[in-house]
Design a protein around this ligand. Structure first.
Ligand code: AMP
Ligand code: MG
Length: 334
């Protein structure tokens, strides 16, 4: 995984300064740490320092708890067990994991299969850590691709089992897990004593709630992809999730062409054409899944999908730095 602090912020500079509260004597605290292999930033605004830190620690514990269930690296996780039993037998899992798979399948249906947690059979082919030196053989890609099919993820509500119908199938929550964890951490923190507001930022998948330390509320600045360090505009993100897909550190390059770390389930090849996708909506998990989906669908189909959905907006930056937004995204300019 990437080194802790070297992750390049694709699109956002988050304007969440922890400043003294104006006459309210509230405490705003922030912790930066590595969770789920990524850089997390957790901010709490509370009655006092003790309560703010208690909330931050509870948020961290919740993310760690979820990581233990959904990690596909950890051989002890329930997810790894599902993968090991692919083609063999159904695995009974916690209701929480069962429900997450259920929602992931719903998004597959919604996106015509662009989003598919069974993309993970491609893990054996594509490595986005700089170790690949040549394009994989087309037959290998085709063989692994043939294992991707969300409709072969069989759920049984009676005993909460998940069954991957074919041998060689594999699921992974890379495109939805951080969003789910951010939602959950927020929910836990929000209900704690003396809490007024906060942010959970799971390396670009972020959600805000309640009072900000800034009198303008929680805002997110959008960086200009054409000019490093320049800000394009800003968005208010009060009680809102904002998620960006598009990680400049994880890609492969062959013949001068860059392939992103998102797999098109239709081809088994990484997507091309889009640099980053940002989704704004009230739910981090949905935003996370949709950002990945729009990457696969491409500019035209991706915008069509988002424009059909109420309360969900998006901003797409293409490989040639074209910026397009959904119909109701109101970007503010300075
Ligand atoms: P994100 O940064 O949220 O767009 O997630 C990217 C991660 O999602 C990748 O690193 C993979 O773990 C996973 N992934 C890749 N392609 C897909 C896909 N088509 N559907 C679901 N998950 C995917
Ligand atoms: Mg995602």
């Amino acid at each position: 995984m990437n080194s802790f602090f070297s992750k390049i912020w694709v699109l956002f500079v988050v304007a969440i300064a922890v400043q003294p509260m104006y006459g309210q004597h509230l405490s705003a605290q922030k912790k930066v740490l590595k969770l789920m292999g990524s850089r997390f930033e957790i901010t709490a605004v509370a009655d006092n320092d003790t309560l703010a830190w208690a909330a931050i620690n509870a948020g961290i514990a919740e993310v760690q708890r979820i990581e233990n269930i959904i990690s596909s690296w950890d051989p002890k996780s329930q997810t790894s067990k599902i993968n090991r039993m692919a083609g063999l037998r159904p695995v009974a899992v916690d209701r929480e994991l069962y429900d997450l798979v259920f929602r992931a399948k719903k998004i597959s249906r919604l996106t015509g299969g662009a989003f598919d947690i069974s993309f993970a059979s491609m893990d054996r082919i594509w490595h986005f850590d700089g170790t690949m030196t040549e394009m994989p053989a087309p037959e290998k890609v085709a063989a692994a691709r043939a294992k991707i099919n969300w409709q072969n993820i069989i759920l049984d509500p009676a005993d909460h089992t998940v069954f991957l119908k074919e041998k060689g199938m594999k699921i992974g929550f890379g495109a939805i897990g951080k969003g789910y964890a951010a939602n959950r951490a927020k929910a836990i923190m929000q209900n704690m004593k003396g809490m007024h507001g906060g942010v959970v930022n799971a390396s670009g998948d972020l959600i805000t709630w309640g009072k900000s330390a800034d009198p303008n509320g929680w805002t997110v600045k959008i960086a200009d992809p054409k000019e490093k360090g320049k800000v394009l505009g800003w968005l208010p993100v009060q009680d809102m999730a904002i998620v960006t897909s598009g990680d400049y550190e994880r890609f492969v390059e062959f013949g001068g062409k860059r392939y992103a770390h998102i797999i098109d389930p239709r081809t088994g090849y990484p997507t091309t054409g889009i640099k980053s996708v940002t989704i704004v909506c009230p739910d981090t998990e949905l935003a996370d899944a949709l950002a990945t989906s729009v990457f696969v669908l491409g500019k035209k189909q991706g915008l069509e999908l988002v424009n059909k959905m109420k309360g969900i907006e998006c901003l797409i930056v293409t490989d040639d730095n074209d910026i397009v937004t959904s119909e109701n995204l109101k970007l503010n300019y300075y």
